[in-house]
Design a protein around this ligand. Structure first.
Ligand code: NOJ
Length: 747
């Protein structure tokens, strides 16, 4: 602690020192701001959405005069170099002071080359792959004019009813943190001034994933120790990785709107974490502060500004109301200056003042967009994200022979492979699973296809679920019959079922988490044929798969794997690749168990975990406490044997052997529990992991070193402490099947 406080003092010293050092860039911004009027400064805080200005043709909200008069600091959802150049030209050549625009976009899991949804990406546990996907996303997005990316989304989520669980990295704060850093490195690179890197924007600050009832945009109410230990770490990690911007969230936090939460933005983010970048609100958040009844509409902007929200996404309230609020004495002009400075600094860091058109080089499109190399990487990465949940009798991989019935509404739906944030994808270029299967087997096997069912029986529910990507509808009875005919002719049935792409993502909460009705009914009928069934599960969230687990021999969760998903699925189904993904969210047995997460605290009257109901214990009368598939779980086409783990000083060693007949990769996991602490600590927490690739029969030793950062936590006073004492160390293939060791930390 002494060392920590010394470092803290040195830190303060350094930052005081750096405050007095004006760089050339600071002086440039000083000079620029000296010349700017209050209106022009407010203009820098105004972020418009594409809409009519996308094409650069109509002149509605984004009318040219707004750019020319300096009333816009940035735009988002403006697609294409031509449209971007046009707007940049208006701002730079005709606007006051020639200030370039930020051009934002949600490039969350790829641009034209689409990668798996972030939840799937996290199941690779492969930070190199994730950094690489972010790098490729940056290359493609910047080739199309984008310089600011609304990603990574790092909201921890313990409730799969929330559709936006698809956009994050799951339930674990430590894994979420290492992944957050990988995204930032990939997007921003070492040099944001390069023309193929872009500014990252970590979102949604904060705690958006803890919405009550899993209902999007809903209230969050949370203790500070839960916040600091489990929900805030990934945002902090992104800040530590140098993420240059941050988006506030839509939700209330303990009664205050995140966008108006001065404690959160000024005290935690800026003062405690040292964030020096710019902040932006989420879509139209400022007026929503008054929707919550926190203030009158005319004061909402002043409140957001005071809290530290720099840029106003879409609402226009900064530019419309802050000048009057300043005159009334209800807002502080000095805060406008600070916010404007941070926006200008972001533009400076991107090199936009040196060359506003650096992202507007049409020749890059042919060179950099949806290239063979990008697609090949996307295909590789997609295969790494699939999680084999069950594989009785090694039904997978399939041999390329005989007759294979490929059945289900997602089997021939190329437009549904990409998942939630794929607005820039070119679905017409993507293979469907049916095409990929046919390509994979050539003339060695016959693929018999039937769509099988709608997504939902009910047309309205299907429409609600479909979002922008409509799926054709047919008569369910006739489709089921056709599917059973196809199954009757086949040796094996592959069912491509689950959620359609827009059943997860923003505003896609679900109360039921089963495979939708008509598909599940068809799956029952297919299982009843007695033929072997492989379920290829498309989903953006953990589903409740109790019936499937009991009745379907093989389940491969393929999530939404992106533009190259079809080929990647075929690679895994036919054994070119061996699946190695592991879950980063718990799969419950029932919605009633939610929230269900592995790093929970001990309860009073703990369940003895003897598999039966115990009166006066913390368990359910009608269901076990256990998940169906635990965090960290995932199978392989081979099997791995763990030797006896040993600990010596702070080194843990364990031998892993590939006991099967094919090569495979295992993700070996290390969990720690602080056995006695000032406040209750979780029963286990992931602290490290290793990928190990092994040939059949091969053994490798894996070692972990326990370091202080694995043992600390925020206590009730929010001091980060590391207490001497005994720690339980757990090693294994997932959060359930673990070997236990002990480690003592002395004073
Ligand atoms: C609203 C979403 O919550 C956020 O994630 C996104 O970045 C913005 N819209 C801009 O599209």
């Amino acid at each position: 602690m002494k060392l920590l406080s010394q470092l803290f003092i040195i830190g303060i010293g350094l930052s005081l020192f750096s405050c007095t050092q004006r760089t050339e860039e600071d002086r440039f911004i000083d000079n620029l701001m000296d010349k700017m009027t209050l209106e022009e400064k407010l203009g820098q805080l105004n972020l418009l959405v594409g809409g009519d200005i996308v094409s650069g043709t109509t002149k509605d909200q984004g009318s040219d005069s707004l750019f020319i008069s300096g009333k816009v600091g940035g735009v988002f959802n403006v697609k294409g170099v031509e449209a971007v150049s046009r707007l940049q030209h208006l701002a730079v050549e005709h606007g006051p002071h020639g200030i370039p625009l930020l051009i934002g976009a949600d490039v969350v899991h790829g641009y034209e080359t689409v990668f798996p949804i972030p939840l799937a990406l996290s199941c690779s546990w492969d930070t190199t792959a994730i950094e690489n996907m972010a790098r490729i996303s940056a290359i493609e997005a910047t080739a199309d004019g984008v310089n600011w990316n609304y990603s990574p989304m790092v909201d921890i989520c313990r409730d799969p009813r929330w559709g936006r669980i698809a956009e994050g990295s799951g339930e674990d704060p430590w894994l979420g943190s290492v992944i957050a850093k990988a995204y930032v490195r990939g997007y921003q690179g070492n040099n944001m001034k390069s023309d193929s890197t872009m500014m990252a924007c970590v979102k949604h600050f904060a705690l958006y994933g803890a919405a009550e009832g899993g209902r999007d945009y809903n209230t969050v109410d949370m203790s500070l120790q839960r916040m600091f230990n489990y929900y805030l770490p990934p945002y902090k990690a992104a800040v530590e990785a140098g993420c240059a911007s941050l988006m506030t969230s839509f939700n209330l936090i303990n009664g205050m709107h995140a966008t108006a939460d001065k404690w959160l933005i000024e005290d935690v983010l800026r003062k405690q974490w040292g964030f020096e970048g710019m902040t932006v609100t989420d879509f139209n958040s400022i007026p929503e502060i008054s929707t919550f009844g926190i203030t009158e509409k005319e004061n909402a902007a002043a409140l957001a500004l005071k809290a530290g929200s720099d840029m106003d996404m879409v609402s226009g309230l900064y530019i419309k109301t802050l000048k009057d609020a300043i005159q009334r004495g209800e807002a502080d002009e000095a805060l406008v200056d600070k916010a404007c400075r941070r926006v200008l600094q972001a533009k400076m860091r991107l090199g936009l003042f040196e060359n506003p058109y650096k992202y507007c080089r049409p020749e890059r499109l042919d060179r950099d967009m949806y290239t063979d190399a990008h697609r090949a990487t996307a295909r590789e990465i997609a295969a790494e994200t699939f999680v084999l949940l069950k594989n009785d009798n090694s039904l997978l991989p399939l041999a390329k022979k005989g007759k294979i019935a490929l059945i289900g509404p997602l089997a021939n739906a190329g437009n549904n492979m990409c998942g939630c944030w794929s607005g820039y994808c070119r679905a017409e270029k993507h293979e469907s699973l049916l095409q990929a299967f046919k390509n994979a087997v050539g003339n060695k096997a016959e693929i018999i296809y039937a769509p099988g069912s709608n997504i939902y029986y009910d047309e309205t529910t299907q429409r609600n679920a479909a979002g922008m990507r409509q799926l054709e509808r047919g008569d369910d009875n006739a489709m089921h019959r056709e599917a059973l005919n196809a199954a009757a002719k086949a040796d094996i049935i592959v069912a491509a079922m689950g959620e359609s792409a827009d059943m997860s993502g923003e505003s896609a909460s679900r109360a039921e988490l089963t495979i939708p009705d008509t598909q599940r009914e068809l799956l029952r009928k297919l299982a009843a044929t007695g033929k072997p069934v492989v379920l290829l599960l498309f989903t953006g969230r953990p589903l409740v798969l109790d019936w499937e687990n009991d009745n379907i021999p093989t389940i491969l969760n393929v999530w939404f794997g992106g533009s190259e998903a079809a080929g990647a699925i075929a690679d895994v189904v036919f054994g070119e690749k061996n699946p190695c993904g592991k879950l980063t969210t718990t799969f419950p047995r029932s919605v009633g168990q939610i929230p269900l997460y592995y790093n929970h605290l001990m309860s009073s009257h703990p369940d003895p975990q003897d598999g039966v109901f115990n009166r006066y214990c913390s368990n359910y009368i009608d269901m076990s406490n256990e998940p169906l598939y635990p965090f960290g779980f995932g199978l392989s086409y081979t099997s791995f044997e763990y030797g006896t783990a040993e600990i010596k000083n702070n080194e843990i060693r364990v031998d892993i052997k590939n006991n099967g007949t094919v090569a495979g990769t295992e993700i070996v996991q290390l969990y720690i529990r602080d056995k006695v602490a000032r406040i209750a600590r979780p029963v286990k927490e992931l602290k490290s992991y290793r990928h190990v690739s092994l040939n059949p029969g091969e053994t490798k030793q894996i070692s972990f070193t326990i370091t202080p950062d694995m043992l600390g936590y925020y206590d009730a006073q929010l001091d980060y402490i590391c207490e001497p004492g005994v720690f339980e160390i757990m090693v294994g293939p997932n959060s359930r099947d673990l070997q236990y060791l002990e480690f003592s930390l002395t004073e």
